[in-house]
Ligand binder design. Structure first.
Ligand code: 3H9
Length: 689
């Protein structure tokens, strides 16, 4: 046995205990330890039964993800652990607490019974990292809960709370003292001479047509991700294929997915998200209880909701009673909708709302620990506010700006103690979108940065630390690839063709559809401000600009690229007509551009700008850029973000494309020195993580 797994003797029951902080991941050493412990339990005549549990804060949260890139040769498999448990001649009961996930739940399913603590949860989240359960999860779970419920649990990967796990039949009992409960149950099984095994059960009867329809729906919904469909196919095997044969087939699919690019990308994002959330220094975070938000528009209201949802008190300051009434209505509407949809109870509705107070006076923020400004995107207005705040709040109150582009250093200049100023760039709607760019001016202290990161965790956001520059990480990259899609119009594509190409590639929504949704006037103002124009010597004027000048988007008319009918999107024929006229006027021959040309250029533009961002130190590592684009810009997580996707494509090919785009489009498309250096030295972005 290893020191990661021990066998403790409590009278006639042997406790097999895993000790592998922080989450008791099932590494190869833990797996060997478990097999040895089961053998030791079997060999000890003084022991009649066993309990399988863990030290620390959780039962096993899954296989050790860090071992998947280079699995140790010859190590015992999780299937072998489950087999050993399955075939134990002494009953073994799993005592679950925290989150019993993936391989953790699979070994529990290999035990003869399961008990769980009331706040515990179980789940098979492998699809979220592009995998399925390689140790019988797709075969044992349907035998316990039915194939329909198993399909839902497995293909969604969701955490199932203890009470629901009991009701479904994943576990047998809930109780607070799980070790005692498991011990009693193990003794009772030994007394009765019973060894109930999930594998021996028949899958409960079901409506096969409904199951097949549900599986087809899973595949359709996966949007290019392959794991949910493959996992669903394995659940179907539980209905059609004998247990042992199905185990072998499941294991083969697991290995295929593990070695493939999608799982590699999703595992990369899993680790990247955790790396991005780590404070760069060891300074301890300050406590935050009272928060303030200035500005109650869409952003400010969303930020206030995000704070209140996590139990923080919020004071929202607006300039007039009328503005307060509007902010209050905006916030109340969000909670009303959630209550109506049954997502929160009536009581929660009232409690969250009661956490938000309103005032027309910045002095109401005197006791705040942290204030976020979300007022108009105008530097003079922001400087004026920061000066006033500086005179009102404590000297250690953190002052944050939600600006998307403006220079936060200038805001720090006007306050007493600039070390407490930083950017908290939320994405709209702020209570929904997961990304939070934490913008780090040169003078901000380590403690203030640590506090912002801790706050992000508390309000359930994915933080990424970015340096100060125009557009930070996300919008700066967005502006560049967005322009590639405009160029595609000049080259003869139509907006819906560009959107379709990118959506088929995995993007949540094409850029023209996004602009449609935001309002083309807003989309255009940002684009024109940020994006450099194509080489002035080039023959074309961006058609999009021409359309803009032609008056179609002169005011917010609701006019856009698309018509929306019955929830479906259709290109507005008037647009096709306008594009045809603009093309003809400039002698452009309209042609269908291959989707691959659009997607590879978009990727090259992102990777090149990402490399510039790295070179300037705006991002700490390539994986932070990936986390930003995946969590805030609809980049497909199964491609791992633009830097990981560029690595997969090959940086030499990316650099060739960048050089081509540079020769066509001129200034602003120069290859990034970091990209050139990586290609010259035969390395990739992953080497810089
Ligand atoms: C699997 O089981 C396949 C099997 O079928 C195989 C059969 C053959 N491995 O998230 P946190 C680390 S696939 C290694 O910040 P939380 C994590 O990196 C697996 N490390 O905490 C971090 O390290 P650090 C299926 C892991 O409280 C630390 O633990 N299971 C693993 O917010 C804390 O993590 C999953 O996919 C792991 N499996 O959330 C579950 N898990 O401190 C993945 C965590 O150095 N895990 N770490 O940065 C989770 O969902 C969350 O981590 C969990 C805790 C809910 C457990």
């Amino acid at each position: 046995m290893t020191d990661l797994v021990r066998l403790e003797r409590h009278g006639d029951v042997g406790f097999i205990i895993i000790h592998h902080p922080p989450v008791n991941a099932l590494s190869s050493a833990v797996r060997s330890g478990l097999i040895d412990a089961v053998a030791e339990l079997a060999a000890d005549p003084a022991l009649r039964a066993g309990v399988l549990t863990c030290d620390g804060r959780t039962f096993v949260a899954g296989a050790d993800i860090r071992e998947f890139n280079n699995p140790p040769a010859g190590a015992a498999t999780t299937n072998q652990v489950c087999n050993a448990l399955d075939h134990s001649t002494k009953p073994i009961v799993a005592a679950l607490f925290g989150t019993a996930l993936g391989g953790g739940l699979e070994i529990a399913l290999g035990c003869h019974a399961r008990v769980i603590s009331p706040e515990g949860a179980v789940g098979l989240p492998e699809v979220k990292i592009g995998l399925l359960h390689g140790a019988g999860g797709t075969q044992r779970l349907p035998r316990l809960v039915g194939a329909m419920a198993a399909l839902e649990m497995i293909t969604s990967g969701r955490h199932v709370p203890a009470a629901e796990a009991l009701q479904l039949g994943v576990v047998d009992e809930i109780g607070t003292d799980i070790r005692a409960l498991a011990c009693d149950r193990a003794r009772a099984l030994a007394d009765a001479g019973e060894l109930p095994r999930a594998r021996d059960r028949a899958v409960p009867d079901l409506d096969r047509a409904a199951f097949d329809a549900a599986l087809a729906a899973v595949k359709k919904k996966a949007k290019g991700a392959i794991a949910p469909g493959r996992a669903g196919d394995c659940v179907a095997m539980a209905l059609d294929v004998p247990f042992e044969a199905a185990l072998l087939a499941e294991s083969a699919v697991f290995q295929e997915l593990r070695a493939g690019p999608q799982s590699r990308a999703l595992r990369h994002i899993f680790m990247a998200e955790r790396a991005a959330a780590k404070a760069p220094s060891t300074d301890p975070a300050w406590p935050v209880a009272q928060t303030g938000v200035v500005g109650g528009g869409t952003m400010g209201a969303g930020i206030a909701i995000a704070m209140a949802d996590s139990g923080l008190k919020v004071t929202l300051v607006e300039i007039s009673e009328a503005a307060i009434a509007a902010a209050q209505a905006r916030i109340t509407a969000v909670y009303d909708r959630q209550a109506k949809q049954g997502r929160i109870s009536a009581e929660t509705h009232d409690v969250q709302l009661a956490r938000i107070h309103f005032s027309t006076n910045v002095e109401a923020l005197a006791h705040a620990d942290l204030v976020v400004e979300a007022i108009v995107e105008n530097m003079d207005a922001k400087l004026d506010l920061f000066r006033r705040l500086s005179g009102v709040v404590r000297r250690d109150t953190i002052l944050a700006s939600n600006t998307s582009y403006l220079d936060i250093e200038q805001m720090a200049d006007v306050v007493d103690n600039p070390e407490r100023v930083l950017g908290l760039h939320f994405f709209s709607p702020a209570h929904v979108m997961r990304l939070l760019e934490i913008v780090r001016p040169a003078r901000v202290s380590g403690a203030v940065l640590a506090t912002a990161l801790a706050l992000a965790k508390r309000i359930k956001k994915q933080p990424v630390v970015a340096g100060v520059c125009d557009g930070f990480i996300g919008n700066r990259i967005f502006a560049h690839w967005r322009q590639v899609t405009d160029f595609a119009l000049e080259d003869g594509a139509l907006p819906h063709e560009v959107d379709a190409a990118l959506e088929a590639w995995g993007m949540a929504m094409g850029p023209f559809a996004v602009a449609d949704l935001a309002g083309l006037d807003i989309g255009w103002a940002n684009r024109k401000r940020l994006a450099p124009t194509r080489n002035p010597a080039a023959r074309y004027v961006p058609i999009a600009d021409w359309l803009c000048e032609a008056g179609r988007f002169g005011q917010k008319t609701g006019a856009g690229w698309y018509l929306h009918k019955d929830g479906k999107r259709e290109i507005d024929p008037a647009i096709t007509e306008l594009v045809a006229r603009a093309s003809a006027a400039r002698g452009i021959i309209r042609q269908k551009i291959p989707a691959e040309r659009i997607t590879s250029r978009v990727l090259a533009a992102m990777a090149n700008e990402g490399a510039k961002i790295l070179g300037e130190g705006v991002a700490q590592r390539p994986s932070d850029i990936d986390v930003t684009l995946v969590n805030g810009y609809g980049f497909p997580n199964w491609r791992g973000g633009p830097m990981q996707a560029a690595d997969e494509m090959g940086l030499a090919a990316i650099l060739d494309l960048v050089r081509q785009m540079h020769s066509e489009s001129g200034p602003n498309w120069e290859p990034a020195p970091v990209l050139e250096q990586l290609v010259a030295s035969g390395r990739n972005f992953a080497a810089l993580n």
